[in-house]
Design a protein around this ligand. Structure first.
Ligand code: NAP
Length: 517
């Protein structure tokens, strides 16, 4: 039997006594690890976070926490080769793993460095200027942030087992709030490997981080108004957590990053032969093949002028024809497996719904010839491009979380904001055009429905980080269907784990507590 993964509870590793569930390699179907949290003492975890982890972190100044984070990132960076090997079992290619592993460690470095530069060498964070209140100048106010006294329960999705953990952990550490990290069961073995090093590094105080490796059990029953639940995953699970007593009755803070029908718009100016046309085709092809399309930010809706649709199909076909699907351990492979056979079947089901409103113009959801792999044991799927055939709702509502996108022709550029908004709120939208007037009109319509908007043209392309990549400096999250949450965004992320308080008093008292005059 494969190894049972351990949870990290109140300063010790806990291994469940039962057989648990066996998690298998996405490409080969071979057993990788067992996962179970039977018997996990969730009450002890929350108590340990509140009484040991939180106080330990809050004894450190912001500057000391930033230094601890840098030490942690340096330690993980030195050990990352092992994570890369393990990541192949998730179905990710080596290139995919860079976004998850190096991206996660890089994000930790960015938070360490921004924290060192932007946070004070103290315990209270001022927000905005001193507000004069009394006419005589003896009574003023200033807003301040202090760490929440509870715990940050961080629940992550299967597709970013490393980045997903670190992008939440880093700002919580800077804020001075202890974390309980819960990865998705399917790829928990990779998060567990990194977590063992997080603990071994000794960079963080005792109790600053604990680990639930498997189901969360009754953990939510112990959370309330001092705590944060930071969730990434499906809208369905988000709805369950949002409806829990921890949130509805006891007012735990809840942040959700969920699924999203992200759009990318090609401008009418970007006809064949323009750099923007080439950029669009390249970006679209890359989006659906990176991590086999299993990124929450992937382009699901490609909004293209009706007059250029055939050219876009031809351009995408030429690129996708070069994609080699198969076992990511084979160096010729450019697109790996979906995370599990279950997930592949979910994607096929979603495609079946989408094809009520669209025709397949590239690929076949049921047909794949993976290199170096058995198509019955590995969760493979070939890239798939659909073309919407009418004005039905499915392409705007159904997320096929795999290498799938739907081209949606448009004829009225002025209606693009409304068309994009039919996704119900998205993480990211992009506009590919070299027409400043078109870009201005479209972005004004897009922004209220998106957490991030990328404008891609010949000038930005060289350094662009792409449609699908969230950056630690910029906010990640989106309204409505995307969860209504917000993460990252530099030091904004730190404040999500803190309480804002309006301090009132004499100028001298306020200056002593929060700085300013
Ligand atoms: P999921 O099934 O909702 O699971 C997400 C996480 O929630 C997992 O850790 C899961 O644990 C946990 N969970 C499930 N039920 C729970 C409960 N009752 N209490 C506490 N935790 C619970 O989503 P997924 O299939 O892993 O991820 C795919 C989805 O996530 C896609 O729809 C994608 O769009 C979305 N996503 C969004 C973002 C974003 O940033 N917005 C990023 C990545 C993915 P178990 O695995 O142990 O069940």
């Amino acid at each position: 039997m494969p190894e049972m993964l351990a949870s990290y509870v109140a300063g010790s590793w806990y291994t469940a006594p039962d057989e648990g569930i066996v998690v298998v390699d996405a490409a080969t179907g071979d057993a990788v690890a067992r996962v179970s949290t039977t018997g996990l003492d969730t009450r002890a975890m929350v108590d340990h976070a509140r009484h040991v982890g939180g106080p330990g972190l809050r004894r450190l100044t912001f500057q000391e926490r930033a230094a601890a984070l840098k030490e942690l990132a340096t330690y993980l960076d030195a050990n990352k080769a092992a994570y890369h090997e393990l990541s192949l079992a998730t179905g990710a290619t080596r290139r995919d793993a860079t976004g998850d592993i190096d991206g996660g460690i890089g994000t930790t470095f960015v938070f360490a460095s921004r924290g060192r530069r932007e946070l004070p060498d103290g315990f209270i964070l001022a927000d905005g200027d001193v507000e004069p209140i009394g006419k005589g100048g003896t009574f003023v106010g200033r807003h301040v942030y202090t760490p929440l006294p509870g715990v940050a329960f961080q629940v992550n999705a299967f597709n970013f087992p490393v980045w997903g953990m670190l992008e939440k952990l880093a700002p919580a550490v800077l804020a001075g709030v202890p974390s309980i990290v819960k990865p998705a069961t399917q790829t928990a073995y990779l998060t567990a490997a990194v977590m063992r090093d997080v603990i071994a590094s000794g960079a963080l105080p005792d109790g600053a981080v604990q680990f639930v490796c498997g189901g969360a059990g009754d953990l939510l029953d112990h959370l309330g108004g001092e705590d944060v639940i930071a969730f990434t995953g499906s809208a369905t699970t988000a709805a369950v957590l949002r409806g829990s007593d921890a949130v509805t009755a006891r007012a735990a803070r809840f942040n959700a990053e969920t699924d999203s029908l992200n759009c990318s718009i090609l401008g009418p100016d970007a006809t064949v032969g323009t750099p923007e046309f080439d950029l669009y085709v390249k970006e679209l092809s890359r989006e659906i093949t990176t991590k086999a399309g299993q990124r929450c930010t992937c382009i699901r809706r490609a909004l293209v002028p009706e007059s250029i649709v055939d050219d876009v199909i031809a351009g995408v076909r030429a690129r996708l024809d070069k994609v080699v699907v198969g076992n990511p351990r084979n160096d010729t492979v450019t697109m790996g497996a979906l995370v599990s056979l279950h997930q592949r079947d979910e994607v096929r089901d979603a495609v079946a719904v989408l094809t009520r409103a669209a025709e397949v113009v590239y690929g076949n959801p049921m047909l794949v010839n993976p290199v170096d792999a058995d198509p019955d044991r590995g969760a493979f799927m070939a890239p798939l491009v659909l073309l919407a055939t009418g004005d039905r709702p499915e392409p705007h509502e159904v997320e096929a979380f795999g290498p799938v996108t739907t081209l949606i022709p448009y004829t009225a550029p002025d209606d693009l904001g409304a068309l994009a908004a039919r996704g119900g709120g998205s993480l990211v939208g992009s506009v590919v055009s070299d027409d400043p007037d078109f870009v201005r009109r479209v972005v004004t319509g897009l922004a209220p429905h998106h957490g991030r908007v990328l404008v891609l043209d010949r000038d930005s392309a060289g350094e662009s980080t792409g449609h699908g990549t969230p950056m630690p400096q910029l906010v990640h999250g989106g309204p409505g269907r995307a969860g209504g949450g917000e993460e990252l965004g530099g030091m904004r992320a730190v404040r999500h784990f803190m309480q804002r308080t309006a301090l009132e008093g004499s100028p001298a008292v306020i200056a002593a507590l929060a700085g300013g005059s």
